[in-house]
Design a protein around this ligand. Structure first.
Ligand code: ADP
Length: 547
């Protein structure tokens, strides 16, 4: 017997309809590429999104076709988010930090039919336009006054002109909630990037999941500023969660330096933010250097790579900003776990609570996880045993776009498919997961694993260290040994001996890095993560050469 409740597909357009009807006056504030601060409301944003949907129809974009963006976080980008997915097309957020050849590959693989881009990226678009053979329309996200006088792109359209000509009446179509809504490519640090194709259903369920109090904790009383780009796994879902909960949204546009972010946090009363550790480093350095305090910011989500405990301490103890350490992947929409305390942990000592928070956390309802050994058997949750982390759930990938790479899932005895994350982790008895490494970054010394993240976290706790990466370097006797690559803080004096000594008592002696290389900078990838493969190419034989 079926239940007798309304059958309504879970569609992305419903989030915008809800925000307009119930939070119409709520503000959306953006720092624009043009340099000014722009203010709008969900009511206006919804009306403009309907114009964009009409414009997409006029451009001949059909259901299921991919509409690409190369854009910062901003209200126009948000309009396209809703217009493209809402009208049945697929939003494809391209990462402008990728090399032109990769952008070309990805846009070609996705068969994007239209490309909407911020003026910042005009040189990139001009460089690749002739190779984007599937793209029928190029649209610059600006008004007539700011359009480039001359462009190599034939028939370049102006976004404001395009939508000005349209009606703001548009009925969002209803369709199967399993229809594709958006597409993100993994960074492809090894091999070509692969597409992860989300559905309306997976996006809506993920939105419910991340808005929960023990998750990213979004509400109608919040002002959310996603520093994480809308081209990095849909800004971790915050543009959807903000509409679902009616939060005020603040978009930083191209201003991701410490000063620009801090100014916006203060002027707009931001309460919740989110981003990768490297971006917070710039912000903390600025705030420290100028003796500032956050007057409204209460929580920040840090994920994408491990949040060094020293950074967490700085936020919480010096600035009274709670860190929500989160873990996820493009293949998981992306949120999988958040380190929110359980009831029984509230009374624990500050140090004990801190140790729990430094883990990547427990799963949000909707995601299940387990760790397995080399034989595929599930390993115990004792906080000690580590194995490959596997996940399953309604917002976890089943196949890559165009079946690239074949079937990624591994079946268990009951026939359930699990997605192997490529991360190595422990899970404790309370269900808190801790990543020790990515499997490709693990250091295998004499057959034993050494977790590079632990070694990096210790180095980061030293006041003279700005950034640290630990890599596996080839070793004659032990096959691999840890080698630490360090960027010093400006003006700091720290020696190799001092830093190696810093490990004493903090870690098993045999885990201590064999050597330290001081460098000017560590290469970062398109999503702000340290490119350890690049470091391995450069320093992988360092220990062989030294002996
Ligand atoms: P890519 O970096 O390949 O583009 P993602 O952005 O999807 O892909 O990154 C997913 C990976 O990032 C995870 O598999 C994990 O290795 C790493 N990661 C994400 N969050 C954390 C975290 N909080 N701590 C440690 N590693 C993390």
């Amino acid at each position: 017997m079926n239940g007798l409740m309304m059958q309504q597909p879970l569609l992305i357009s419903s989030l915008l309809v809800h925000a307009e009807r119930h939070h119409g006056e709520q503000e959306v504030v953006s720092r624009r590429v043009e340099g000014d601060i722009h203010r709008t409301t969900y009511r206006e944003l919804a009306a403009r999104s309907r114009r964009v949907a009409n414009a997409l129809a006029r451009l001949g974009v059909k259901s299921g076709e991919r509409v690409a963006t190369l854009a910062w976080n901003g209200y126009r980008h948000l309009e396209i988010y809703y217009a493209a997915s809402g009208s049945g097309a697929v939003l494809h957020t391209l990462n402008p930090r990728l090399h032109a050849d990769q952008v070309t590959y990805i846009a070609g693989h996705a068969e994007d039919v239209a490309l909407f881009f911020d003026l910042t990226f005009l040189p990139l678009v001009e460089a690749v336009a002739s190779r984007l053979t599937t793209v029928r329309n190029f649209v610059a996200l600006t008004d007539r006054a700011h359009m480039p006088a001359a462009s190599k792109i034939a028939n370049l359209l102006c976004y404001e002109e395009l939508i000005e000509a349209e009606n703001d009446r548009f009925t969002w179509p209803s369709f199967d909630e399993n229809q594709a809504s958006s597409l993100c490519y993994t960074s492809g640090t090894t091999g070509n990037p692969k597409g992860v194709l989300y559905s309306h259903r997976s996006t809506l369920l993920h939105t419910f999941g991340i808005a929960l109090p023990d998750s990213l904790d979004c509400s109608a009383r919040d002002t959310i500023l996603p520093v994480v780009p809308m081209f990095h796994v849909n800004a971790w879902g915050l543009p959807y969660a903000a509409c679902m909960t009616g939060s005020k949204l603040v978009f930083p546009g191209p201003g991701l330096d410490g000063k620009s972010l801090f100014d916006l946090f203060e002027s707009e009363g931001v309460t919740l933010s989110a981003g990768v550790p490297t971006v917070w480093q710039g912000l903390l350095a600025y705030v420290d250097a100028h003796g500032l305090k956050f007057s409204t910011m209460r929580r920040t989500v840090i994920g994408g790579s491990a949040c060094p405990p020293a950074m967490m301490k700085a936020f919480q103890e010096r600035f009274d900003v709670q860190v929500l350490h989160a873990w996820g992947m493009t293949e998981m929409s992306p949120v999988g776990t958040v380190a929110a305390l359980k009831r029984k942990q509230i009374g624990a000592s500050a140090e004990a609570r801190f140790a729990i928070q430094a883990k990547q956390g427990r799963t949000v309802y909707g995601v299940d996880m387990k760790i397995v050994g080399a034989d595929g058997k599930e390993l115990p949750w004792n906080g000690e045993t580590s194995g490959e982390l596997m996940v399953r759930g309604p917002w976890v990938i089943s196949h890559y776009f165009k079946n690239e790479g074949g079937d990624p899932l591994v079946e268990d005895a009951e026939g359930h498919g699990w997605f192997p994350t490529g991360d190595v982790a422990t899970i404790d008895a309370d269900g808190f997961m801790q990543i020790t490494d990515r499997s490709k970054d693990v250091i295998k010394s004499g057959g034993e694993w050494i977790g590079s993240i632990d070694l990096e976290n210790i180095a980061m706790a030293h006041p003279g260290v700005a950034m640290a990466a630990c890599i596996a370097a080839e070793h004659r006797k032990w096959d691999e040994r840890p080698l630490l690559i360090v960027v010093k803080r400006p003006g700091a004096e720290v020696t190799r001996e001092e830093l190696l000594g810093f490990y004493e008592g903090r870690i098993a002696k045999w885990w201590t890095p064999d050597d330290i290389v001081f460098v000017e900078s560590i290469p970062l990838g398109a999503t702000g993560k340290m490119l350890k493969n690049r470091l391995r190419d450069q320093y992988g034989k360092y220990l062989l050469e030294k002996t």
